[in-house]
Design a protein around this ligand. Structure first.
Ligand code: 13P
Length: 256
């Protein structure tokens, strides 16, 4: 059985001090550390100090929320894999819908980013998901097919093992309205099916997370969806108490 993965996406929240305080608070929680994989995806500015604060203990992994695909050069404002790894970063979120829609990242862009991360030893949380309009027009499966296939075309089996997929329907992000268990089950099965077509026999090893308005109130119901291997959490991940509660719940449910 795979360990559940619980990833925090802090987005543009938390100063260095707030980030380190969160880590120190989380460390003290009585979590079942061996049974869950926690990834904290913080703003760039917090990564170095968080890396220091996590050093020596392997209880959580450090993640970034973005990167640029070049190693170095005249790319004002961008950050490379090497710079992230030097801070102790092991994971990076790629293809988040906020990057796709607000910052105009295309499938091609996000795949270049994923490729650069993976080829240089950084694991990837790759986000996919449909908009409300796409869902209402019956295009969900087409969108997921397009986004997942674009990624898979870059991968071999070894690189696939460094990828976690996060299904985040755009209409469920930050709205307080999570997708239903049936909707999640259906989308996760579809994603796994697409992976299985390309990589026969190993799709079951890939963790597929759900993201979109996950909180301490709904995490039990969402954890009970068999196809859910973990969560990618925005708003509710900002508070260490609530985040720890969600971690505890999914760890318990997945052990049952
Ligand atoms: P919320 O949990 O705030 O809905 O955000 C989800 C998300 O975008 C995580 O990447």
């Amino acid at each position: 059985m795979k360990k559940p993965v619980v990833a925090a996406n802090w987005k543009m929240y938390k100063t260095i001090e707030e980030s380190v305080n969160f880590v120190e608070k989380l460390k003290k929680k009585p979590l079942d550390w061996d049974e869950v994989h926690i990834i904290l995806c913080a703003p760039y500015t917090s990564l170095f100090e968080m890396g220091n604060s996590l050093r020596g203990g392997s209880f959580v992994s450090l993640g970034a929320q973005n990167l640029y695909w070049e190693q170095e050069g005249a790319f004002t404002g961008e950050i490379s894999v090497g710079m992230l790894k030097a801070c102790g970063v092991e994971w990076v979120i790629v293809g988040h819908s906020e990057r796709r829609t607000r910052f105009g990242e295309s499938d091609e862009d996000v795949c270049r980013k994923a490729d650069s991360a993976l080829q240089n030893g950084l694991s990837v949380i790759f986000c996919v998901g449909e908009s409300l309009e796409e869902r209402e027009n019956g295009k969900t499966s087409r969108v997921l097919q397009r986004q997942v296939t674009a990624l898979l075309s870059q991968l071999n089996e070894q690189l696939l093992r460094m990828v976690v997929i996060a299904y985040e329907p755009i209409w469920a992000i930050g709205t307080g309205l999570h997708a239903t268990s049936d909707q999640i089950e259906e989308s996760h099965r579809l994603i796994r099916g697409i992976i299985e077509e390309e990589f026969v026999g190993i799709s079951g090893e890939v963790s597929i997370l759900y993201g979109g308005s996950v909180n301490s109130g709904n995490c039990r119901e969402l954890s009970e969806v068999s196809e859910v291997n973990g969560f990618l959490i925005g708003g509710a991940s900002l508070d260490a108490d609530q985040f720890a509660e969600i971690v505890t719940t999914i760890t318990e449910v997945k052990k049952e």
